[in-house]
Ligand binder design. Structure first.
Ligand SMILES: [Zn+2]
Ligand SMILES: [Zn+2]
Ligand SMILES: [Zn+2]
Length: 165
């Protein structure tokens, strides 16, 4: 699913904040948009940007990512491996989307709905804390892995049945 965030949107946002979308910054943004499902780390982004813009340095990519994070074009997120990963913010989304992390295959799915309205209200009322954003990752087993497990269970049962005396 696309975020609806485009290069033109990001260029506008940068301009409004007094930044220019230099060719190197543009190459970094393009890599983020082209791989928006992949939750890339800075090093992975750098490797891909280098293909478009071979002269670019890792420090430039880091600085661009920091700038984009400050402007809330991207969000930094980390999963089980502890690496900082970059995620393009959904256009118009007030809060960061949630993630479903599969403990079997490591896949990461995104949840578009906020779902936390009630929780946020409780937190604001009970703890007098003004909620600005949140990070939420569910750890579990994805549908594909569940299916695989079921199929394996059937195979195991069959195998057990055929080896019975
Ligand atoms: Zn995400
Ligand atoms: Zn929320
Ligand atoms: Zn899985």
């Amino acid at each position: 699913m696309s975020t609806g965030t485009t290069l033109a949107n990001i260029r506008n946002l940068l301009h409004q904040s007094g930044f220019k979308l230099t060719p190197q910054r543009e190459a970094t943004v393009l890599v983020l948009l082209e791989n928006e499902k992949d939750h890339l780390s800075a090093e992975e982004i750098y490797m891909l940007v280098k293909k478009k813009s071979p002269e670019i340095g890792l420090a430039t990519v880091y600085r661009t990512l920091e700038m984009l994070t400050e402007l809330k074009v991207v969000d930094k997120v980390s999963f089980n491996d502890g690496l900082s990963r970059y995620d393009v913010r959904k256009e118009g989304a007030k809060h960061f989307h949630h993630h479903l992390l599969c403990l079997e295959c490591g896949s990461i799915e995104e949840v578009e709905d906020d779902l936390l309205g009630d929780v946020e209200l409780i937190v604001e009322k009970k703890y007098h804390f003004l909620v600005k954003d949140h990070r939420l990752t569910f750890h579990g087993i994805c549908s594909k892995c569940q299916l695989k497990k079921k199929e394996q269970a059937v195979l195991d049962k069959e195998a057990a049945a055929t080896t019975l005396p």
